[in-house]
Design a protein around this ligand. Structure first.
Ligand code: F0G
Length: 362
């Protein structure tokens, strides 16, 4: 395998190797992931009364944040001579694993909850040539099966229980500090299997320890109300939410997420499906950023922190100069079903200026 640069944009290993467990001898499997935009959002900032930035992870190669961890996990697996990858997924991990497996010319098996994967993500797994196994069960069952099938030298588990995934994902925190010249005061993000909140906190702490950041943010995580084991502090046997990516009742990184929240003086809170869909539409219409429902949990959470008396963390009294970053984790095109249902039938009009003027309402 060639290890020279294979894309015009360097991936996260090339950019942050000194912080990653990837020796020079490891063959790098990259699609040019990371270096995603940290977008200052004027309308959100106006609504909140503080500076709000959105870290748009939907513009990664497979349109979610998973690619950051996948490049590290797959590169390391190749270094160990793995013949294939295996993962459980609510959709995005499977899309990412399938793409990086294709890139590495190895096989990929994905175990998915039947009927609960957003259309675009399933399409991706098929397009990249993964072997797809749909189970009569939820994500937690799928992950249990992957653990039972086990990690061996032939098949590498690439769920976030693999520490290489977390190592890659922490680079998003580095990028934020590199742009803002310090950590933000608050970092908001959706929480499902809880790998990402663990990864961000690891990244912020590492940069702080190396004196690249003076500040450490409060980590504020949001679960969907119907799938909120960390918030309620108990396993949810039958998690349910429109945000299928975070439909998880027994997160693998539960303890690490708790530690991140406690150590950073943050909180975990819940948002309803209704709040999630309102936030998704709001972000698309007011900032031009179209994200999948799970990703909109961080924006719904931001609104809750500002508007609701029930918020676990109120932003009413935080200093005006506070900087807030919300991670949006996946692209809206992955999960178009809710919006398609809301679409009215498009009726065609005759191809004349007059009928087009009438259709516009001129
Ligand atoms: N947002 C999206 C779009 C996701 O796909 C996920 C997780 C999360 C948020 C939550 O991140 O699990 O690190 O807390 N998706 C996993 C998957 C479970 O299989 O694609 P987390």
């Amino acid at each position: 395998m060639h290890t020279e640069r294979t894309t015009s944009k360097s991936g996260v290993i090339e950019r942050y190797r000194e912080f990653l467990p990837v020796p020079e001898s490891t063959p790098i499997v990259s699609l040019g992931e990371g270096s995603t935009p940290l977008v200052f959002c004027p309308q959100l900032s106006k609504r909140v009364g503080r500076a709000v930035f959105v870290k748009n992870e939907g513009v990664n190669p497979t349109a979610s944040f998973k690619d950051r961890g996948m490049t590290v996990a797959v590169s390391k697996a190749m270094g160990r001579g793995a013949k294939g990858l295996i993962c459980a997924s609510t959709g995005n991990t499977s899309a990412s694993a399938a793409a990086y497996a294709a890139r590495a010319a190895i096989s990929c098996v994905v175990i998915l909850p039947a009927g609960k994967i957003a259309t675009g993500k399933l399409v991706q797994a098929v397009a990249y040539g993964a072997k797809i196994v749909a189970i009569d069960g939820n994500f937690d069952d799928a992950l249990r099966l992957v653990r039972e099938l086990g990690d061996d030298s032939d098949f590498a588990i690439v769920n976030s229980i693999n520490p290489d995934r977390i190592a890659g994902q922490k680079t998003a925190a580095f990028e934020i500090v590199d742009v803002l010249s310090d950590a933000p005061d608050f970092h908001l993000l959706p929480v499902g299997n809880a790998g990402n909140i663990t990864a961000y906190w690891t990244g912020y702490r590492e940069y702080h320890a190396r004196r690249r950041a003076k500040n450490l943010p409060a980590m504020v995580g949001f679960q969907a109300a119907g799938a909120a084991p960390i918030f309620y502090n108990r396993v949810v046997e039958e998690p349910e939410t429109v945000a299928s990516a975070i439909r998880i009742g027994n997160p693998a990184s539960w303890k690490q997420a708790r530690a991140a929240i406690t150590e950073s003086h943050g909180v975990i809170d819940i948002v309803s499906d209704q709040e999630i869909l309102v936030a998704q539409a709001w972000l698309a219409r007011h900032e031009g950023i179209f994200v999948e429902p799970a990703s909109a949990a961080s924006i719904a959470g931001l609104f809750k922190c500002c508007d609701s008396k029930e918020a676990a963390y109120s932003f009413k009294k935080i200093p005006e100069e506070s900087r807030i970053v919300c991670t949006v984790t996946g692209h809206g095109l992955k999960d178009p079903d809710v919006i398609i249902q809301q679409m009215k039938d498009l009726k065609s009009v005759p191809a004349t200026v007059e009928s087009v003027r009438r259709a516009i309402g001129l």
